[in-house]
Every structure is written in C-alpha cells, then in structure tokens.
Design a protein around this ligand. Sequence first.
Ligand SMILES: C[S@@+](CC[C@H](N)C(=O)[O-])C[C@H]1O[C@@H](n2cnc3c(N)ncnc32)[C@H](O)[C@@H]1O
Length: 281
Amino acid sequence: MSALPSHGAGAPLPSGTAAADADYAGFVVHLRRQVGIDLDQYKRRQMERRIRAFADRRGVATLAEYAEVLRAEPDELNALLDRITINVSQLFRNPEQWVRLGEQLVPDLVTTGNGRIRAWSAGCSFGAEAYSLAATVKEVAPTARIDIRASDIDQRILAAAGRGEFTSDDARTAPPELLERHFEALPGNGWRANRSLLASVHFHHEDLLATRPAPGSFDLVLCRNVVIYFTPEAREDVHARLAASLRPGGYFVIGSTERIAQPLDELGLEIAYPFVYRKVT
Ligand SMILES: C[S@@+](CC[C@H](N)C(=O)[O-])C[C@H]1O[C@@H](n2cnc3c(N)ncnc32)[C@H](O)[C@@H]1O
C-alpha cells in the first residue's frame, strides 16, 4: 500500500508538499534502478517540473503511478529520457568559440603535443560539437593526428551521432566554406560529415557523473551546456575530474554562459581566454 495520501486520477500532487517530495524521491530511486541515471545530481526544481509535466500527459496523479507506466512501456521510458537529457546542439554553436579554437587553441596544441590532439567532447549530444572540432582541426592543421572521444549518457542520441548527419538548421551558424570542405550536402536538405571526420570521432556511452578519466590523458576537453543541469556539488565534481584529465598545457572549454566555481589553483587551471582554461600543472 502507498504511504501517500490518495488523490483522484489526474489530480496532480500539490507541489512543495511532503507528499510531493516523497513521491519525487521515490521516482529518483526508481529511475536510478531502472536506467542508472541519478536525478539527485540534477537541479531539482527544473527536473521535477519537467518530469511532472511530461507524466501529466498520461493522466497519472503521482510519479509512483508514472513509474509503473515506465516499467511497462519502453517507448515511454525512451521518450522521458529524451525529455530529461535535453539534446539541443548545433554545428559550430557559439561561433566565437570556434574562431578561438581555430586561431589559438588548435595551433598551440599541435605545437605542444607534437602534432597530435586527443580531445574529449563531454556531453556530445548528436555529435555536432565533436564534428565541428574535427573540421576545425582538419582545416587549420591538416597533418595533425586527431582523436576525438565523444560521450553522452543518452544512448539513443549516440546512435544518431554516429551517422554524422545534420539538418540545415543544425548548420545555421556553421561557416559555409567549412561545410563545403568537410561535409557532404545531403539530397534535399542538410549535411553529412565526410569520411575523414567520421573516422576522427569515436562515440561512447558514459555518465559524466560517474566516469573517472585517466589523469593527463587529454589535450583538449569541451564540456559545454551540460553541467548547467547539475547541482552545484555535482558540477564542481565533474569540473574537477575533467580538469584532472588534461595534460599540462591542455585546454578546457566550457559553455559561454558557464563558469568554473571552485578556486582555479585547486584544479591546476588558469584563465586563458573567456570560457577557456589552460591546465598549468
Ligand atoms: C544541451 S546538450 C549539449 C551538447 C553540446 N555539448 C553543445 O554544447 O552543443 C547536453 C547533453 O548532455 C548530456 N548529458 C546530460 N547528463 C549527462 C551525464 N550525466 N553524463 C553525460 N552526458 C550527459 C545530454 O544527454 C545532452 O546530450
């Protein structure tokens, strides 16, 4: 029997009450068991609002009832995961960061890394960031050896990422000459990464909240528009592990609405450019 007070079907629990808190806490446990995602590490208010609004479509009054729906319906579970993970991205998102990468970071990394760049697109969504990086490196350092690890918690989006296909809208801020040189126009509309880009990017299913990358194993880490959904504690923890994964002289690029909250010297970082940090030690 449920410990929650009973509500008529379709009458959602009043938010902010002890019953709603317990209902959400139970749902967090359920989702952790069912798919391994730990919602406690994400900002509670916006996550709860998003999940309850999504569950409402099914006419359920509680998340406990919604958990039963998820147990029985894999399609509903996938649809919810899509809603939770927020896969918004685009090629060359925040163009000024790509100018910086092309003009400063990549040439510097090629020099200090003896012609090799090991990069990580952490929270890569459908791959736009990883392929934008591959195209940028091919453009400014065509002989560099480039290996891009791209990872995300969302398995369905990773399947799409591997195809390297983008709509014209995904490419709306991409420099036209880079599109022409490194992507193939798809019949009708859109672009596909060319073979050379496809071969440079390797996708992995990975939870950033749990992964422990080897220290010093990357020259460049991009983690943009991912930790904004995490609690402050989870965000700091992820930033610390990503910083530790860089070799001295490597760069850490964050989203252009973000900041690293903890003291930089604790992470061995210094500010290199706006939203770009350099690993010092
Ligand atoms: C808004 S997209 C950002 C994509 C890209 N970095 C960009 O800036 O365009 C956020 C991505 O983070 C992923 N994500 C959320 N939580 C994650 C986690 N715990 N581990 C790995 N990826 C996660 C989501 O699945 C989603 O694809």
